[in-house]
Design a protein around this ligand. Structure first.
Ligand SMILES: NC(=O)C1=CN([C@@H]2O[C@H](COP(=O)(O)OP(=O)(O)OC[C@H]3O[C@@H](n4cnc5c(N)ncnc54)[C@H](OP(=O)(O)O)[C@@H]3O)[C@@H](O)[C@H]2O)C=CC1
Ligand SMILES: O=C1O[C@H](COP(=O)(O)O)[C@@H](O)[C@H](O)[C@H]1O
Length: 517
């Protein structure tokens, strides 16, 4: 980004908040706070993106001294240079900790007094007494905390913003209940529902790729695209998180939110502008065209121990209470969008824990060439690699170099780490907290978007949760590609790998004999 574009963002934040804010991190003693929220806040502070007059208050029940608090919340911050170390010392000067309960008025009153004291010490004018409340908390306390804040901490004379972490409910009904409870306390424009995938660089790039390139615009529909695969793979299981995970399963954990958000960006119509409401309007429209997932269009799996006996199965996890759990740790789901652009095109979402690699990507597979002149050609694919190794590449067919006329598969490859020097991609949380400060809702989930997304998944989730229905659950070994039924599943929904066997990515030089003929 050019220096002037960066300065423009800094000026925007400064202007939006009149140069001052108090950021309250609720649940500051927790895992998300130390791993994501504070490192992101430090990244913004270091690069001058926080308003010049910022104070960060950590809040949780745990009793900690100031030094214990600082140690805890800065342990995951990476320091590259001496300058970073100096900046961290300066960052520590603008934060403090307040311990209190989540359901007691006295605690909230005390928090409000601490904030007011800080505002007074910083000599803030009424319009500068802006407050951001970041709920890094388990969902069981979202509502009492939102109530406590609204009643005792909310400052009606300035800006208030509430940042909420997923999960936003377990199904349509519970999500609506949570939405109604929050909606009764905060206006929709004050609420920022985080889906951290919307802060990832390549997810943010989807709109630029689609709407700033004329050649994609005209091939982006059922006439040219055969199927879309959106894949999430993690090489580790639920080790130690089985307690949490067992209530949710892979569909609620990453598919109803992260992968569906990616699908929405791929499938939505062009918004009338880049304004956040225009974007979210289009997202809601396309979500409403997706029918609830049919049971026949789902493949569910659970991992077992690996073949060497070194890695445990899901049911071996000590943190798991139900040793006969039927919770899926893997799912492949085919979704269909019933509109003019996409009718009949399967969007296959695949996600799994304890697989063979770490990878998140979108793979758009185009149709076969009609009346093709050449034998054995592979289908074109556009791949958006979200992580690791951010990249966009287009697989296409080309004449083999030399005297041969054989067609081979190759690619046009924009691998970020090769193309851009000094690449520094900010963490998703850094980007999203900056958006909160700039008052840009584009990368946050709106209430109606949430409702539309739960409607797609709720019938399937209820069937999975109902022990009487006994949905088939296949197994796969820890560290494998997933259930062996997966290939047949994706083929059933159109995915065709023929003539792709010789192709690998990232690019490697072709074998000498392939170049010679
Ligand atoms: N951790 C992660 O990487 C991610 C987390 N999230 C979401 O962020 C939110 C916070 O996650 P995370 O930090 O892992 O959660 P934690 O379990 O670490 O909880 C955060 C803090 O909340 C308090 N707390 C924990 N359990 C309870 C309870 N039953 N009742 C009241 N307070 C409780 C504790 O603080 P104290 O006891 O001091 O008050 C704890 O330090 C969740 O909604 C989670 O789904 C989303 C994406 C990733
Ligand atoms: O929300 C979640 O996401 C993480 C994956 O996030 P990533 O940024 O590391 O790709 C997942 O591990 C976790 O189970 C889920 O709750």
């Amino acid at each position: 980004m050019s220096t002037s574009a960066i300065q423009q963002i800094r000026d925007q934040v400064q202007h939006e908040l009149h140069g001052a804010v108090t950021i309250v991190v609720l649940g500051a003693s927790g895992d998300l706070a130390k791993k994501k929220t504070y490192p992101a806040l430090f990244g913004l502070f270091k690069n001058g993106f926080l308003p010049s007059n910022t104070h960060i208050v950590g809040y949780a029940r745990t009793k900690m001294t100031h030094d214990q608090y600082l140690e805890r919340v800065t342990q995951y911050i990476k320091l590259g240079t001496e300058e970073d170390k100096a900046k961290l010392n300066a960052f520590k000067q603008v934060t403090s900790y307040q311990s209190g309960q989540y359901d007691q008025a006295e605690s909230w009153i005390a928090l409000n007094q601490a904030i007011e004291q800080s505002e007074q010490d910083r000599q803030l004018q009424p319009a500068q007494r802006n407050r951001v409340y970041y709920m890094a908390l388990p969902p069981s306390v979202f509502i009492p905390v939102a109530q406590g804040i609204k009643q005792h901490v909310y400052n009606a004379t300035a800006i208030n913003r509430l940042v909420v972490e997923k999960p936003f409910g377990m199904d349509t009904e519970s999500s609506n209940e949570l939405g109604d409870a929050l909606g009764a306390l905060f206006k929709e424009e004050e609420i920022y529902r985080i889906d951290h995938y919307l802060g990832k660089e390549m997810v943010k790039n989807v709109m630029n790729l689609r709407f700033a390139n004329i050649f994609f615009a005209h091939a982006w529909d059922r006439q040219f695209i055969d199927n879309v695969q959106i894949t999430f793979k993690e090489p580790f299981g639920t080790e130690g998180r089985g307690g949490y995970f067992d209530d949710f399963g892979i569909i609620r954990d990453v598919m109803q939110n992260h992968l569906l958000q990616v699908l929405t960006l791929i499938a939505m119509e062009r918004p009338i502008s880049t304004d956040s409401e225009a974007i979210r309007d289009e997202k809601v429209k396309v979500l409403k065209c997706i029918r609830p997932i049919k049971l026949d269009n789902a493949l569910l799996g659970q991992y077992v121990g690996d073949l060497d006996g070194k890695k445990p199965g899901y049911l071996d996890d000590d943190s798991l209470k139900n040793k006969e759990s039927q919770t899926p740790t893997f799912a492949a789901l085919a979704l269909f969008i019933e509109n003019e652009r996409w009718e009949g095109v399967p969007f296959v979402l695949k996600a799994g824990k304890a697989l063979n690699e770490a990878k998140v990507e979108v793979r758009i597979q185009f149709k076969n060439v009609a009346g093709n002149l050449y034998d054995d050609t592979a289908r074109n694919e556009l791949v958006i690699r979200i992580q690791p190794k951010e990249s966009v590449y287009m697989k296409f067919n080309s004449k083999q170099p030399g005297l041969s006329y054989q067609t081979i598969q190759t690619d046009l490859d924009l691998s970020y780490h090769d193309r851009y020097t000094d690449l520094a991609i900010p963490d998703a949380y850094e980007s999203l907290i900056l958006d909160v400060l700039r008052n840009d809702h584009s990368n946050f989930v709106r209430d109606d978007e949430l409702e539309a997304s739960w409607k797609i998944f709720t019938p399937l989730l209820h069937a999975i949760d109902d022990p009487k229905q006994h949905l088939p659950l296949v197994t796969y070994p820890y560290g494998s590609r997933g259930p062996q039924e997966l290939n047949a599943f994706v083929e059933k929904f159109g995915y065709d790998r023929s003539n792709s066997d010789a192709y690998t990515w990232p690019r490697q030089s072709m074998a000498p004999q392939q170049n010679k003929l």
